[in-house]
Design a protein around this ligand. Structure first.
Ligand SMILES: Nc1ncnc2c1ncn2[C@@H]1O[C@H](COP(=O)(O)OP(=O)(O)OP(=O)(O)O)[C@@H](O)[C@H]1O
Ligand SMILES: [Mg+2]
Length: 335
């Protein structure tokens, strides 16, 4: 299923997240949106995060930018970028990181662009915020050209509503890439776009990754997309990373029952409906009332008694691979 992963110039460790917890106080109790997440991204690498709606993907992305919406907050953990501890930075210092060292394409472009500002102005402002430049307007023309906006000299003067959905998404990429960040976080960058435009946007991200060496953290529901684009994948469930590994191995031989369920829920061309299209039975747990053991327990077809009461650690299941599942514990024949 996995295609050729993106060609990347993989160098040293760029992003390091250790034991990150993001909590949101609610009337129901404390929602653990991100629960003990540890991950790393190397310079130039393209890493994917997949998982059902509500599993904490966006909260994880926003915590890297320190933009977790109130009353949510980073409760504990460490986030470092190129060796610098981001959680120790002042808000002023963090503003220099956002849009400069780390770019982000937000999940909903329609709310991320300012409707009353010309598109060119919005790109230019991102550039000026970090590098005062007399030619920022010309640079924004160049950025729009680089994301294949036709006639950029003229289109910089237009307002967002004069752009189509795909074009607006390109503008978001232009803004995200304007300062050639070391890391670009793309949260569902192609949702709501038709497949042709989706393919164009992904080609664009791929060439930026190859040309500028920008590492990409791609968040998507779309497993096929992630498998084509990323060399490594993280699977999130109920705020935790439950499986991690190189794309081809992880999708060909998933070790966590949740990953297996996600994959079998995918429509496949070689299977006939109606028996072909399965959904994962049951519902994700309430993140304010997580069970003591494995969060997937209620929905898991392979569960054993230990899973009810004991939270599984991440077991190593091969080179660069891990799975948070008691059945992945060495010596157990079921995995
Ligand atoms: N303001 C809030 N108050 C309470 N809970 C919240 C709030 N915002 C988010 N959450 C919860 O935090 C969890 C993680 O949300 P998040 O947006 O990160 O999910 P996601 O994986 O990005 O989902 P999607 O795929 O739908 O974008 C969800 O269970 C959600 O219900
Ligand atoms: Mg999201």
């Amino acid at each position: 299923m996995a295609g050729e992963p993106t060609m990347t110039k993989i160098q040293s460790q760029l992003l390091d997240i250790a034991d990150l917890h993001v909590e949101i106080p609610t009337a129901r109790g404390m929602v653990k949106a991100v629960d003990s997440v540890t991950l790393s991204v190397r310079a130039g690498e393209a890493v994917g995060i997949v998982g059902e709606s509500g599993s904490g993907k966006s909260m994880l992305a926003l915590s890297i930018m320190q933009l977790v919406p109130r009353p949510g907050r980073i409760a504990s953990g460490r986030i470092s970028l190129a060796g610098r501890d981001l959680l120790q930075l002042s808000e002023r210092e963090m503003r220099q990181v956002r849009g400069n060292e780390v770019g982000m394409i937000f999940q909903d472009p329609s709310t991320s662009l300012n409707p009353v500002l010309r598109v060119g102005r919005q790109v230019a402002e991102t550039i000026e915020a970090h590098h005062p430049a007399a030619d920022s307007w010309q640079q924004s023309v160049d950025m729009l050209r680089s994301v294949s906006i036709p006639d950029p000299q003229r289109r910089v003067r237009d307002y967002p509503h004069q752009y189509s959905g795909g074009m607006r998404q390109r503008v978001m990429i232009a803004i995200g890439m304007a300062n050639r960040p070391k890391l670009l976080i793309a949260d569902e960058p192609t949702t709501a776009l038709d497949v042709t435009v989706q393919a164009q946007i992904m080609d664009l991200l791929r060439s930026m990754n190859a040309e500028t060496g920008t590492a990409i953290l791609l968040i998507s529901h779309n497993i096929a997309l992630v498998s084509r684009f990323c060399s490594r994948v993280l699977v999130m469930y109920a705020g935790r990373i439950v499986e991690e590994g190189p794309t081809a191995e992880l999708f060909h031989q998933p070790k966590h029952p949740y990953t297996r369920a996600l994959l079998s829920a995918l429509p496949r061309i070689d299977r006939k409906l109606p028996q072909g299209l399965t959904t994962i039975g049951g519902r994700p747990p309430d993140l304010a009332r997580l069970p003591a053991g494995c969060a997937f327990f209620d929905r898991c077809q392979d569960r054993i008694e230990t899973c009810r009461t004991e939270r599984p650690p991440a077991f190593s299941v091969g080179p660069g691979r891990s799975a948070r599942c008691w059945l992945a514990d060495e010596g157990k024949p079921s995995c």
